[in-house]
Design a protein around this ligand. Structure first.
Ligand code: ZN
Length: 456
């Protein structure tokens, strides 16, 4: 029997850019969330640098750069009440950090010294950066996007390159005021795979997830022609002693489909907010941020999540907060107090096709996939019977397929088979693991079904 080769691909799951990490998270001017960073108008004028039409050699020859950018812009403008106005500029370089900018919101791929500067040191592997300028009330005055001149890009899935449209779509989320999401399948998750990860093109981020949609709609609202009554959920997460928990990840799954609907990271006062949910039943859950990498990505930032690392909410057990009913024009309040018991189960990595990573696994409807999970506590002796489940009627885990895999001393890995129904709705789905003692943990949005239209 051939043992599948599982390689740790963490180094290949590169950090997108420097903004903070959170389930859909909005950018605020400070950690209490007083002012949301957003464009003051629904019409946003962007200048296409002339470099886009004369791409440098790090862009695969023949790539339609402007087409990829326009498709990325359309993904966001179709999702929320925003319009982009496209202008052109001979300008090549983004505005420098620490200045008030030049007032031109530039999108550039030129290899100028100013554009190379954001990619030194730890940032050298990033695909792109977005620099947002805003005033004290949070109004964006300028936002510039630049792609890393030292990285390779393409639009045709060439292994080892970054996908242009996926990169632009992610950076445009920052330009609109979104921070990183901890939902693995979200376009705004902090890590981007190069083409070739899982032996596939890395194009999942071209498609906005429900979490991305909920985030951008929370800032700008739905397009008027699509606007319909929505509800929201809010609350406070406290620890066993009653103190607010900063940096807990709260997410909601649609009860009917199991799809991830929206997620949010708690602010320093323990508050979270999930807005723009379609009326219906949801399951609400809360987990700690995953591992030191994720916390470092958050804590390195200014704004809402600055100081998160030192706030040290620590690890805590994932809690299932039950079902809730969202109704139009109403806000449901759901607070939660976390248990004092330490977390022992943490499935931090997911993968298939011989690779293990922090990038969502794209599923094909009608197929059976063998999925791998890696992390703490994934030992069959310590797991419950039928330990792995997916709370979706469209995704069925075969309990007898759950197998221990042996990989090195410091990582426990299990695999399982999941059958994906032909009619599985596009969206992101979470994998649930349960220990013999009853502890549960999730890979939130770790499985994704790409689709042209993920709107409900
Ligand atoms: Zn980013």
């Amino acid at each position: 029997m051939r043992r599948p080769l599982v390689m740790l691909m963490l180094l290949a799951s590169l950090i997108w850019s420097a903004a903070p990490v959170r389930p859909y998270a909005l950018q605020f001017t400070d950690s209490s969330g007083r002012a949301q960073i957003k464009w003051p108008t629904h019409t946003i004028t962007l200048a296409f640098s002339s470099s886009l039409s004369a791409p440098p050699s790090n862009i695969k020859s023949g790539s339609d750069v402007i087409g990829a950018l326009r498709r990325a812009l359309a993904s966001w403008s179709e999702a929320a009440d925003i319009e982009f106005v496209e202008t052109t500029s001979k300008e090549q370089s983004i505005s420098a950090a620490g200045t008030s900018g030049d007032g031109i919101s530039l999108i550039s791929i030129a290899a100028t010294p100013e554009n190379i500067a954001p990619f030194v040191g730890a940032a050298s592997e990033m695909s792109g950066r977005t620099r947002v300028f805003y005033n004290r009330s949070g109004n964006i005055t300028e936002a510039d996007i630049v792609l890393n001149p030292y990285q390779q890009f393409s639009t045709d899935g060439t292994p080892g390159t970054y996908d242009l449209e996926a990169t632009f779509t992610h950076e445009l989320g920052h330009l609109l005021g979104l921070e990183h999401s901890s939902a693995v399948g979200a376009t705004m998750q902090p890590r981007q795979g190069r083409n070739g990860i899982y032996s596939l093109p890395a194009i999942t981020p071209r498609t906005l997830s429900q979490d991305d949609l909920a985030g951008v709609r929370a800032i700008y609202g739905m397009r008027p022609e699509e606007a319909r009554a929505r509800g929201s959920v809010t609350g406070t997460i406290t620890n066993h002693a009653g103190s607010p928990v900063f940096g807990a990840s709260v997410w909601a799954e649609e009860a009917a489909t199991g799809r991830l609907a929206a997620s949010s990271i708690t602010l320093s006062n323990g508050n979270y907010q999930l807005e723009n949910l379609s009326p219906g039943k949801y399951y609400l859950k809360v987990e700690a941020l995953d591992g030191p990498v994720l916390v470092a990505e958050i804590a390195s930032q200014r704004g809402a999540y600055a100081g998160l690392a030192t706030a040290n909410s620590g690890s805590f057990r994932t809690e299932e907060l039950g079902e809730l009913n969202v109704t139009a024009e109403r806000t449901v309040r759901r607070n939660a107090q976390l248990s004092e018991k330490p977390a022992q189960l943490n499935p931090a990595l997911i993968g298939f096709n011989g690779q293990l990573s922090t990038i969502a696994v794209p599923l094909t409807p009608g197929r059976i996939h063998t999925i791998y999970l890696g992390g703490d506590g994934l030992n069959l002796k310590q797991l419950a019977e039928g330990a792995v489940t997916i709370s979706s009627p469209f995704l069925n885990v075969n309990p007898s397929s759950i197998t221990q895999q042996q990989f090195g001393a410091n990582l426990s890995v299990i695999s399982f088979d999941v059958a994906v129904s032909e009619n599985t709705p596009a969206g992101d789905y979470s994998v649930r693991v349960q220990s013999a003692t009853g502890e549960v943990a999730y890979v939130v949005g770790g499985l994704t079904v790409d689709g042209a239209n993920v709107n409900p």
